[in-house]
Design a protein around this ligand. Structure first.
Ligand SMILES: [Zn+2]
Length: 247
């Protein structure tokens, strides 16, 4: 019966089968590439550091987001998997997030390193990266890429937004991949807690604004904090006392 749904279905099936060229009119299935984030908890400060790959099975490219002290476990993982670090991204320049950066560069060679422009000069200054506060003189190579709020960074076709989230530190940055609902948020937001705002370079009011900005992200976004377990925006919106009660 021409025109009936059954007839249309059989015609469609027939046409594609009988005339293979017509199959080019059928769009291929959409395969969403979802970046993979592998977390390594490094050093005495138990800093979460991240190896990000695009999820494209044909690529070995990766980013390293933050690099704490004693990074060999993470660097061995990169070498063993034959990954190719393309860039280092820093959520901020506190000593426990930069302590291993020079080890990356020594092992894998020079590569672009990015930090928010609000912390330009911090990596090479023990006062600003807070290592001097505890009697250390931690430094690493100054990043050559200075980020602004709203910048985008691309890894194998996956595009990440840069959010400026100051408060814990002046140039705190989060890296957000909207499509896969994943964000690396540094020390701005933790599972059940928030970043300290009592350091000389901290600012409580700015941290509040930054947390409000993060709360504009969708509930199903997985967040990877700088310390402690992975969580979601929704879980923190529901149960984080600092989000709900303020501070
Ligand atoms: Zn910090």
């Amino acid at each position: 019966m021409p025109g009936s749904p059954a007839a249309l279905t059989s015609i469609t099936l027939f046409a594609v089968a009988r005339f293979p060229l017509l199959s080019v009119l059928v769009p291929p299935p959409v395969t969403q590439i979802s970046p993979l984030i592998t977390v390594f908890t490094l050093g005495d400060w138990q800093t979460n550091c991240h190896v990000v790959t695009s999820g494209n099975p044909g690529s070995k490219n990766c980013w390293i987001v933050d690099c704490g002290f004693d990074p060999d476990e993470m660097l061995d993982f990169i070498a063993t998997d034959n990954l190719k670090p393309q860039a280092i991204l820093l959520t901020h320049a506190h000593l426990d997030h930069i302590g291993g950066v020079d080890r990356i560069l020594a092992r894998f060679g020079k590569m672009p390193t990015h930090i928010h422009e609000g912390e330009a000069g911090y990596c090479s200054d023990p006062m600003l990266n807070l290592s001097a506060m505890i009697g250390m003189d931690t430094t690493c190579a100054e990043p050559d890429g200075l980020l602004k709020h709203g910048d985008t960074l691309t890894l194998d076709g996956t595009t990440w937004r840069v959010l400026h989230t100051p408060g814990h530190s002046p140039g705190g940055a989060c890296f957000v991949h909207d499509e896969s609902r994943q964000a690396v948020v540094g020390d701005t937001l933790f599972a059940g807690s928030i970043g300290r705002f009592d350091f000389p370079t901290s600012n409580r009011d700015l941290l509040k604004k930054s947390l409000n900005l993060l709360m504009t992200l969708p509930d199903d976004m997985t967040i990877y904090p700088g310390h402690g377990p992975t969580t979601t925006i929704g879980a923190e919106r529901r149960s984080n006392p600092y989000i709900n009660g303020g501070f």
